[in-house]
Design a protein around this ligand. Structure first.
Ligand code: PEP
Ligand code: MN
Length: 344
């Protein structure tokens, strides 16, 4: 439930409500928007609901108490009507600007990463991606350079000024990845790894949570809720396709998720047409599709020589293809932005 305070509620009244919530063994989270504080009451409320509702309503400074039927609370638009805006170095995500995350699937060498980083930066990328710890379907496939890959990413950040995003696969790696990276990525296979979600919820780095390939939108938002309720409000959602019966594409790109999420949550949404399609020639049209339905940005895989890539060779764009895609995305984004800001 959400306790909405009156516009002029005092600090003491807000503290009074929070201490009552804590006394019930529940956790208060507050959000200040439009001059008033809303306190989300999270925890296992169960059958206490009607009694608590009545009690909280009578506390000084309380305007109203709303029961919330949605299972996700802190990530919901009801709790936090304004968009979440995330700032990392010079990049801003979720403020209406175009976020372009680009880079290789895997960091393979310093040269490969620098060549890609320089080219994507020159073409307008705002964030550099690259996998150091790779979740591979086969245990015999290239597993990533690990910590050496993280070091190369940090060097590429120094060189280009771009913040870097990379995947963290297990709780024991969270601290080391957070030491080198600016944004932590949770991959599709780990979307419901709750101990990992809790751990990235405790670090001072934004987290990009990819959609589980078999996850509903509600399960995805509940996974985001784990991170936010652990103390990290800076979560970015990434639609990367889900598994269906279709086999021409690697996954099925769920474009409807983008406007749906815009309604359900305040968190920024990025689309990943590389993993969604698995095919280089499908990346540009679907990146444009993602922008057209209102995504805050795109993540794509780019490699100087995709055919020689150690992972995801078929879906990585060449440097030239990335530039060509950017030439189409930038004006489309400017046009679409006008449409969405004008709509009621
Ligand atoms: C990736 O982006 O490097 C990746 C492995 O993606 P996903 O988890 O979506 O498969
Ligand atoms: Mn990949």
């Amino acid at each position: 439930m959400f306790v909405v305070m009156t516009v002029g509620a005092s600090e003491a009244e807000i503290l009074g409500v929070k201490s009552q919530i804590l006394a019930e063994g529940l956790t208060p989270f507050d959000h200040v928007g439009a001059g008033r504080t809303t306190i989300a009451v999270v925890g296992e409320i169960g059958s206490r609901k009607p009694a608590l509702l009545e009690r909280f309503e009578r506390l000084p400074g309380v305007a109203s108490v709303t029961p919330i039927s949605r299972p996700f609370k802190l990530t919901s638009r009801e709790f936090h009507p304004e968009d979440t805006v995330i700032r990392v170095l010079d990049a801003v995500i979720g403020d209406g600007s175009l976020t372009m995350m680009a880079g290789p699937c895997s960091v393979e060498s310093r040269e490969q990463l620098f060549e890609t980083a320089d080219a994507v930066k020159a073409a307008g990328a705002t964030i550099l991606r690259g996998g150091a710890f790779k979740p591979r379907t086969s245990p015999y496939a290239f597993q990533g350079l690990g910590i050496q890959g993280l070091r190369f990413l940090a060097e590429a950040r120094e060189r280009t000024g771009l913040p870097v995003i990379t995947e963290v696969m297990e709780p024991s790696q969270v601290d080391i990845v957070a030491e080198y990276a600016d944004i932590l990525q949770i991959g599709t296979r780990n979307m419901q790894n709750y101990s990992l979600l809790r751990d990235v919820g405790r670090v001072a780095r934004p987290v990009m949570l990819k959609r589980g390939y078999g996850a509903t939108i509600e399960e995805w938002l509940m996974a985001a809720e784990y991170i936010v309720s652990s103390g990290n409000p800076n979560v970015i959602l990434c639609e990367r396709g889900i598994r269906t019966f279709e086999t021409y594409t690697r996954n099925t790109f769920d474009l409807a998720a983008v406007p749906l999420l815009d309604r359900l949550t305040h968190l920024p949404v990025i689309v990943d047409p590389s993993h969604a399609t698995g095919k280089r020639w499908l990346v540009k049209p679907l990146a444009l599709g993602g922008i057209a339905v209102g995504a805050d940005g795109v993540m794509v895989e780019v490699h100087p020589r995709p055919d020689d890539a150690l992972s995801d060779a078929e879906q990585q764009l060449t440097l030239e293809q990335f530039r060509d895609m950017m030439d189409a995305i930038v004006p489309l984004h400017a046009y679409v932005r006008g449409i969405y800001t004008a709509s009621p």
